[in-house]
Design a binder for this molecule. Structure first.
Ligand SMILES: Cc1ncc(COP(=O)(O)O)c(C=O)c1O
Length: 393
């Protein structure tokens, strides 16, 4: 493999986007892979996000809030009812309810209770995992681009990030990631489906990678968007925890269950990892009894999750087909967002979209600007396409 990874490689790969729809149907692993990058290039080439994305804008101030991969349909009626009913219990700590939720999750995932830890949003456990793993420094290996939360906490604990570019079909480059592991590596972070690309890494290949690599170093698999994947290719890594592998799987109630603002997430991990994190979380003291009751109801409301999956897919397909009609290419997404390259400065683009009441995100990846649009309701997606046409066409 050449070490001359450069901006051209990624831009060239953007050419593959022309066949974005096709890629979903063809054998992804046959496509050529990105060469790995040199250390000197890492800092200059890694992706970054425009800092001015207006995450704090109130939803009411926007006609279409499509910037944080939220579920526009949630929370479900059953969740809302459970939350309202549990407000009266707000004077008591929610240990019993938290234990019930842990029980339900353990049954759902087919693991023992000591493999589950819940948290106020999965972000909390991304951070806590980074804290326990990087207390003595070391390095973290992940894809680039990746979801940066755990990586940023690791860096703040004085860890070094070893980014490994995605392959030209936007899968994790598992071979290169394995090669990047050294004696100082404390964790491998995988996000599947990946954010911000929305693309997936083949489940079987990832399973084999995790099984092998976890003998050397723990592998953290962030499955925040798993339930939004096509069920025929959906494959969780939870089974590896059951096999006793050093694998940590992270999930959230923020996406398919529409509870982003209510804050519930969890990890499935070996009991040794759970008890290490438990020492710094004080046994779930941060959980909110209303959110916990909401999550219990959400797990029972399977119809709501199925409906959300269908609506998300329908709206995503609408956006992709409109982008194609406009001559735009996009990454083949299995999530509640779509990433595609645009020919405009990111800040200007965000400003023009937000003037029309549309909030999206902009990313700079290897010198190319991308728009990431979250999937909202059909009405919101029509507003997005309409606004986008006015801004770009
Ligand atoms: C890949 C990924 N992991 C984790 C999170 C954190 O989600 P939360 O803290 O709401 O569970 C997000 C949020 O967008 C995400 O995209």
């Amino acid at each position: 493999m050449s070490t001359n990874f450069n901006r051209r490689s990624w831009l060239k790969s953007a050419g593959l986007l022309t066949t974005g729809v096709l890629l979903e149907k063809t054998n992804l692993s046959k496509a050529s892979e990105f060469p790995s990058q040199t250390n000197a290039q890492e800092k200059a080439l890694t992706f970054w996000e425009w800092e001015k994305s207006d995450l704090t804008a109130k939803p009411v101030a926007m006609k279409a809030r499509l910037l944080a991969n939220e579920n526009p349909y949630g929370p479900s009626e059953m969740t809302k009812e459970a939350i309202i009913n549990s407000i009266n219990k707000g004077n008591r700590y929610g240990h019993a309810e938290a234990a019930e939720l842990v029980d339900m999750i353990a049954k759902k995932e087919g693991v023992t209770k000591d493999c589950i830890m819940i948290s106020p949003g999965s972000s909390d456990l991304l951070e806590k995992t980074a804290i326990i793993q990087f207390v003595k420094g070391g390095n973290i290996v992940s894809a680039d681009p990746a979801y940066m939360s755990l990586i940023k906490t690791a860096e703040s604990m004085s860890a070094t990030w070893k980014p490994v570019p995605l392959t030209s079909t936007y899968q994790h480059d598992l071979k290169a990631m394995e090669a990047a592991i050294d004696a100082q590596t404390q964790l491998v972070y995988i996000c599947n489906p990946n954010n911000p690309t929305g693309t997936i890494t083949d489940g079987k290949a990832l399973w084999d990678f995790c099984a092998k690599v976890s003998a050397k170093v723990p592998v953290f698999v962030d499955e925040a968007y798993l339930e939004l994947m096509d069920p025929t290719i959906r494959m969780s890594m939870v089974g590896l925890v059951n096999e006793g592998k050093n694998v940590i799987v992270c999930r959230t109630f923020s996406k398919i269950y529409g509870m982003a603002g209510l804050r519930v997430g969890y990890i499935v991990a070996p009991p040794a990892i759970i008890s290490k994190i438990d020492k710094i979380t004080r046994s779930g003291m941060s959980m909110n009894v209303t959110a916990v009751n909401g999550a219990i109801a959400a797990l029972k409301d399977t119809k709501f999750a199925e409906d959300c999956y269908k609506k998300n897919k329908e709206c995503r397909e609408y956006v992709c087909s409109e982008l194609t009609k406009l001559g735009y290419q996009y990454m083949p997404s299995q999530t509640s967002f779509v990433l595609f390259p645009i020919q405009m400065d990111g800040k200007t683009f965000l400003g023009k979209m937000s003037e029309r009441g549309i909030g999206v995100r902009s990313f700079e990846i290897y010198g190319q600007t991308y728009c990431r649009v979250s999937i909202g309701t059909m009405d919101e997606m029509k507003l997005f396409i309409d606004g986008f046409k006015k801004v770009m066409v």
